[in-house]
Design a protein around this ligand. Structure first.
Ligand code: 13P
Length: 250
């Protein structure tokens, strides 16, 4: 069975509730009846209730950009998986490079969050990717393998089915410098092989690996046309309904 592609919008720290509602109201008609792919929005926590209500009954899923690994507790400023579930969220990003860079998220923290998400049936999108200096010094493969091994520690093949991985080379995020389809495919193959080594061939064959980093309407077709690329995690170009719909319908 071919893997169903997932086109995901990471809105980062953008939009007010009114702007988020306006986006969903404009976006839904543009993707009505589009069942070929899965589509998901990842707004800031404060926007989640608005976006979940506006997207209710549509093909569009809604998730968080981050969760805490603890079920609850004294963690000021954080969101628990139970809070996400209570308002109807179904997905979460984990270990986005901006979380790793600005909020000191390590592979160990990513791993704990992944265990928490799976335990509560939240679909996790685990983000990995090298920075420019690592690519230029030939370390891409070892960096990705370390991130995947760290993220998947203690995860069993039985539990792994919902996991989605996003390959987001940090040098391509917000820079307008997109990885070529070949660069992305090569990295995805490294990731898939590492998943096979850790969790077996069946899990690796089914796991979805998204590409993220300056995905735009004009490069979406060449990237998503690749069998190895199972979807996109889109930042800047996901903020406008027309451009995100164009990517989703590449
Ligand atoms: P851009 O699409 O703005 O490069 O962001 C990519 C990203 O970080 C998605 O998570």
């Amino acid at each position: 069975m071919p893997r169903k592609k997932l086109i995901a919008a990471n809105w980062k720290m953008f939009k007010t509730p009114a702007e988020a509602k306006a986006f969903v109201d404009a976006f839904l008609p543009l993707v009505a009846g589009h069942t070929r792919d899965e589509v998901a929005l990842f707004p800031s926590p404060v926007l989640l209730p608005t976006v979940i209500a506006a997207a209710k009954g549509s093909i569009v899923a809604v998730g968080a950009q981050n969760i805490h690994f603890a079920e609850e507790g004294a963690y000021t400023g954080e969101t628990s998986v139970g809070q996400l579930i209570a308002i109807g969220g179904t997905h979460t990003l984990i270990g986005h490079s901006e979380r790793r860079q600005y909020f000191a998220e390590t592979d160990e923290i990513v791993n704990k969050k992944l265990h928490t998400a799976l335990k509560h049936n939240i679909i996790p999108i685990v983000c990995v990717g090298e920075v420019l200096a690592e690519r230029e010094s030939g370390k891409t493969e070892s960096v990705i393998k370390t991130q995947i091994t760290g993220a998947l520690a203690g995860i069993t093949a039985e539990a792994a089915a919902p996991i989605v991985i996003a390959y987001e080379p940090v040098w391509a995020i917000g820079t307008g410098k997109t990885a070529t389809p070949q660069i992305a495919v090569d990295a995805h193959k490294i990731i898939r092989a590492e998943v096979a080594r850790l969790l077996g061939a069946a899990v690796a064959a089914n796991i979805r690996i998204l590409y993220g980093g300056s995905v735009k309407p004009d490069n979406a077709t060449s990237l998503l046309g690749e069998e190895e690329i199972d979807g996109a995690l889109v930042g800047g170009a996901s903020l406008k309904p027309e451009s995100f719909a164009a990517i989703a319908k590449y």
